[in-house]
Design a protein around this ligand. Structure first.
Ligand SMILES: *Cc1c(COP(=O)(O)O)cnc(C)c1O
Length: 436
């Protein structure tokens, strides 16, 4: 597999380089040299395949010989240790549940695959890999649980003290083993600044092999294509093949993966990028001006992104042709009030509890379907997290209906430990230098 930088198509690297660097030096993003198109026969018969079979076919096509098939198969088996069911709410409305993994959010797919791919490439390289992550909540849990127990890796997670939910904090702080959490007396931006400084520090670079596990890593995107194919397979079994996906979007990694699946031949009618008040992309599709803004805080805080990092990948997939892009992707933005109304509507109509991110995708899907003359469309909104991770958003009756998953009770039974730190780089540096 060869990849290029979106800022410089002649800069080419192999898969391990892209995985360990995350980002090219020129600050572009890595994209596969070629998006392989799967044979139409495979798509026509996809309902006969299991999730793992589909994932192996898709991953092999994308990765080529970078990882031999038996090893890739093992990585996929470990990645997909949980299911991604499509559930029917009514004849035209389905929800793709992506929250059955260890951190109860879709980021588990990316984190589990990336950690195991890194672990695989590290087999030949004895030096310990130190993963540094700053998190406002969801990413940290997925990365922690993704790397837990992966040989030759060690993870340090920084999170803002008192600013993540109880369950998120448990996911960060109860792992032990090769995972260490630091609770920073400051904001998420302080955490991110500490991590950035660590990457720029020459003493640390000489001593440690540092990597970031952030959402722009190509190894996080690849496994996210799997569940689009698998969702389509589940619907194809019911004879539904005119599918629309609504994706709750922040950094636009999830929907970028869907669009890669589309370019690989998955016959999707439309993608809807649903955002909260952070509406850089809907504004761009409306007026053609791409203007990033500082992020604003909302109930769907994992989507509070003013400058979506994966947008350049989407533009690259469409070779900058905005008209072609707009035929496949539409986008709309919703306020916190609309989010709460959507949560209530889903609960009242279907007795289903959706997290705030998921509720925005539901709203966008329903609004889109209502405008379509074609009544044979099947709408699927992606559910990116389990509602129990965001307890403060729900009215009491809805909150009471949330079934707490087994994983959470297991976490509550464990000891929680985090090192406390002020947002002072010298302290963080000392901490890293003393790792052994
Ligand atoms: C990360 C996240 C999103 C946004 O996904 P992107 O790939 O950044 O667009 C949406 N919902 C939840 C729950 C998340 O954790």
């Amino acid at each position: 597999m060869e990849l290029y930088s979106t800022n410089n198509p002649s800069l080419k690297v192999d898969f391990p380089t892209a995985v360990f660097n995350s980002m090219p030096q020129d600050k572009g993003l890595y994209m596969p040299q070629e998006i392989p198109v799967l044979d139409p026969e495979f798509i026509a018969q996809i309902g006969d395949r299991t999730f793992s079979e589909i994932a192996l076919k898709v991953a092999s096509a994308l990765i080529g010989d970078a990882i031999p098939t038996p090893d890739l198969k093992a990585i996929i088996a470990e990645t997909l240790s949980f299911d991604a069911p499509v559930k029917e709410l009514d004849a035209e409305t389905y929800v793709l549940e992506l929250f059955h993994g260890p951190s109860l959010a879709f980021k588990d797919f990316g984190a589990r695959f990336m950690s195991r791919v890194m672990g695989y490439f590290l087999r030949e390289n004895e030096k310990m890999l130190d993963v540094l992550v700053a998190t406002s909540g969801d990413t940290g849990g997925a990365v922690a649980l993704g790397f837990l127990g992966v040989p030759n890796t060690r993870v340090t997670i920084l999170y803002p003290e008192g600013k993540v939910s109880e369950i998120q904090e448990l996911q960060l702080c109860t792992n032990g083993n090769n995972i260490q959490a630091i609770s920073v007396n400051g904001t998420f931006d302080d955490c991110q600044a500490l991590v950035k400084q660590a990457f720029a520090d020459q003493d640390l670079a000489d001593k440690l092999r540092l990597t970031s596990a952030n959402s722009i890593n190509i190894a996080r995107l690849i496994p996210q294509t799997f569940y689009y194919f698998n969702a389509y397979a589940q619907l194809a079994r019911e004879g539904k093949t005119k599918v629309v996906f609504a994706v709750p979007s922040g950094n636009f990694g999830n929907i970028a993966a869907g669009l890669i699946a589309y370019k690989m031949g998955l016959p999707v009618q439309q993608f809807i990028a649903a955002t909260n008040a952070n509406d850089t992309v809907p504004r761009f599709l409306e007026n053609g001006i791409y203007e990033t803004r500082a992020s604003v805080q909302t109930y769907s805080n994992a989507m509070d992104v003013g400058a979506p990092s994966n947008w350049v990948r989407i533009m690259d997939l469409f070779k900058g042709d905005v008209a072609a892009l707009k035929k496949v992707v539409s986008s709309s933005s919703y306020t916190d009030v609309e989010t709460q109304e959507a949560i209530k509507e889903i609960y009242d109509t279907y007795s289903y509890v959706a997290c705030p991110h998921t509720a925005i995708a539901y709203r966008a899907l329903k609004n889109y379907l209502a405008e379509q003359p074609d009544h044979e469309l099947t709408g699927v909104f992606l559910s990116t997290a389990h509602p129990c991770k965001f307890p403060d958003v729900f009215p009491n009756d809805v909150a009471a209906a949330i079934a707490i998953p087994e994983q959470v009770n297991e976490l509550r039974a464990r000891t929680s430990a985090a090192q406390k730190m002020d947002p002072v780089f010298a302290d963080f540096k000392t901490y890293l230098q003393e790792l052994n």
